[in-house]
Design a binder for this molecule. Structure first.
Ligand SMILES: [Zn+2]
Ligand SMILES: [Zn+2]
Length: 252
């Protein structure tokens, strides 16, 4: 099953209280620590930035190794390279995963450009399975059939975003709730929608600069490895976190 049990639907009328309650529910049993770089992290959790772009994406200046080093400095347990369009583009992550084994888990996915918006895909080689600008519903069907997962990224940014179409789409694993490049209001809408659809929500920095790594991340209740990433994402046992100062939630 994909998604937590009954996370509670939030209506637009009673937020932010309902959002606060929702977030408290996801953070029960964890406490806060501050990393060497000053970033607040949830302890007793496994924290992964699930959305990062290196220069291989074509719109980022960040070298892959600089991104990994920043993730370590920030105190994250994992980082996922999600280059635009291509799984092959994140090939350098293979070497980095080996080089920094024991310090951080280096993961790979793709940020797919579907016809109706961007989505993060994990667990499959998207280059073999998908073509550019396919309808997202087709992306979901193909990826699910091959054992992967699809998470619409920044679903309410307005550009390159699926928007309310996702409400009728079957088979989505989660929504990206906290995107580090988004205005807060877009993220709030994504989290409200995730709650209404009984879906979990992730967090990712969408970093295009190494300094942005970890601004948002996903806090998993259990350790994540390259082998169990898809299983963990399907479990729903995680939540997105926003460390940016614009967050209105009481613990940040
Ligand atoms: Zn995107
Ligand atoms: Zn992105």
């Amino acid at each position: 099953m994909c998604g937590p049990e009954n996370p509670g639907a939030a209506s637009r009328n009673d937020q932010p209280r309902s959002l606060q309650n929702l977030c408290r529910q996801f953070t029960r049993g964890v406490s806060l620590t501050r990393s060497a770089s000053g970033r607040v992290l949830l302890s007793m959790a496994f924290n992964v930035d699930l959305h990062v772009h290196s220069l291989a994406s074509g719109d980022s200046d960040a070298g892959p190794e600089d991104l990994v080093l920043q993730a370590i400095e920030t105190g994250l347990h994992g980082i996922a390279f999600t280059e635009h369009y291509s799984y092959e583009a994140s090939e350098p992550a293979e070497l980095l995963a080996e080089k920094y084994k024991g310090k951080i888990v280096v993961l790979r996915g793709t940020e797919v450009s579907a016809k109706d918006g961007h989505c993060l895909v994990f667990g499959v080689d998207t280059d073999r399975l998908l073509s550019l600008y396919m309808p997202m519903a087709e992306v979901v069907a193909i990826v699910n059939r091959h054992g992967g997962v699809v998470i619409p990224s920044h679903p309410y940014r307005g550009v390159n975003s699926i928007g309310d179409t996702l409400k009728t789409m079957k088979g989505i694993c989660a929504l990206e709730g906290y995107n580090g490049c988004n205005a807060h209001a877009f993220n709030v809408r994504a989290i409200e929608t995730a709650a209404a659809l009984r879906l979990p929500f992730t967090g990712g920095s969408d970093a295009h600069d190494y300094m942005d790594v970890g601004l948002c991340y996903t806090s998993f209740a259990e350790p994540v490895t390259r082998e169990n990433l898809v299983e963990r994402l399907k479990s729903g046992n995680y939540r997105g976190i926003d460390t940016r100062k614009i967050s209105r939630f009481p613990f940040f």
